[in-house]
Design a protein around this ligand. Sequence first.
Ligand code: UDX
Length: 432
Amino acid sequence: MHKLCMIGTGYVGLVSGVCFADLGNQVICVDQDKEKIKKLRYGISPIYEPGLDEILKKNINDKRIQFTDNLSEAVKQSDIIFLCVGTPNKKNSLDVNLSYVFKAAKEVIKNSKSHKIIVTKSTVPVSTGDQIEKLIKKKKISVISNPEFLREGEAIRDFRFPDRIVIGSNESKATEIMRSLYTPLINKGAKFYVTNRRGAELIKYASNAFLATKISFINEIANLCEKSGINVEDVALGIGSDNRIGSRFLRAGPAYGGSCFPKDTKGLVATGKKFKTDLSIVNSVIKSNENRKKFLLERIPKILGRVKGKSITFLGVTFKPNTDDMRDSNSLIMIPYLSKKGARIKYYDPTGEKKEFKKIKNVEYAFSVNQACMNADLIVLHTEWDEFKAIEFNTLKTKKTCKVYDLRNLFDYKEMKKKKIKYYSVGRPNLN
Ligand code: UDX
């Protein structure tokens, strides 16, 4: 059993803290947001993550996890302190804002009286661990990199059954303490890789950038498929069955979003600049993804003939299903653009109304699919929530001439043709 402190109770800190507690460790989660801490003490999670509430409540009851805004007290009671604070992009820059990381690190160092291990779990640029180490004067503190590989919506499964645990460490004693912390997962088959600290920091960025590259690759192949009467899903299947390529993350769709890929691709390019290395492929992925937002959006006036006065419905607005996260979601570009062009927009999302759209003219939240699609000229299937798979478009009270624009290829384009529905999707033949 280890005594852990998680600084930051967001998607990474809270999920990791609860899952570490569930492995039998003693965990204190720290956040400066007193409101958040109060709710967490009652087992109310500030984030939507399937399965989290139940494990959170169980470990609160078993007294393995507690929540506080008192960082110094939490550090004193802990041996391993995880930095899980935000590392957002700096405004209009590729660089990463590390102010929260260094603020937390300084607090930890100041309050450390005995040997501690500081672990950066947030995604941090290469050499951040070195900079933290420079802040330590005459104290026995080890600095380790242990990046997270949690997908929103699957975070608990990704924690419990990781493909790999990566430790970046320049000290064998600290490495062995981390190995013992992760032993329950290693015993269940998780690979445990040790590299130097900078290596682990780069592995995280390179992983996300490669996944983003894979997505941008299939998205550009989808563009070619549309022009040449090919179904991109057949191509994805055909190339993905080569186990050197792998079938996952080859689903063509809108621009990738979320709190990681956009941020981490830019962060990696910034790291390249810092070490005077041109990462031209990652650079082109960033550009390709940005262009895609406009490219798919401009299709709407072509599908509708005009946007002004039209009723457009969005089904799902989050950046992907099984999360309430709106960060870098395509809908944040599409809905304001269409509103400005004079469309009347209704949207429905299983995670509820979004503050991001509250101030936008002619945008209304609907409480159900049926209500959202009432009188629609166009239905945009934006996020592939499972519940949308059951939609029977012909039963909806849309306009007779209503069309469907499926950004996620959730539906079978041949089936839609049979049902005489004007259907548009991504990277597949247009049978209208
Ligand atoms: C990602 C990484 O997967 C995870 O390992 C890392 O720790 C954090 O960043 P996340 O951002 O939660 O996780 O979502 P992910 O499932 O990777 O999807 C990212 C974006 O790619 C979403 O916009 C999703 O819609 C898109 N995507 C994903 C595709 O367009 N096609 C795919 O085949 C897969």
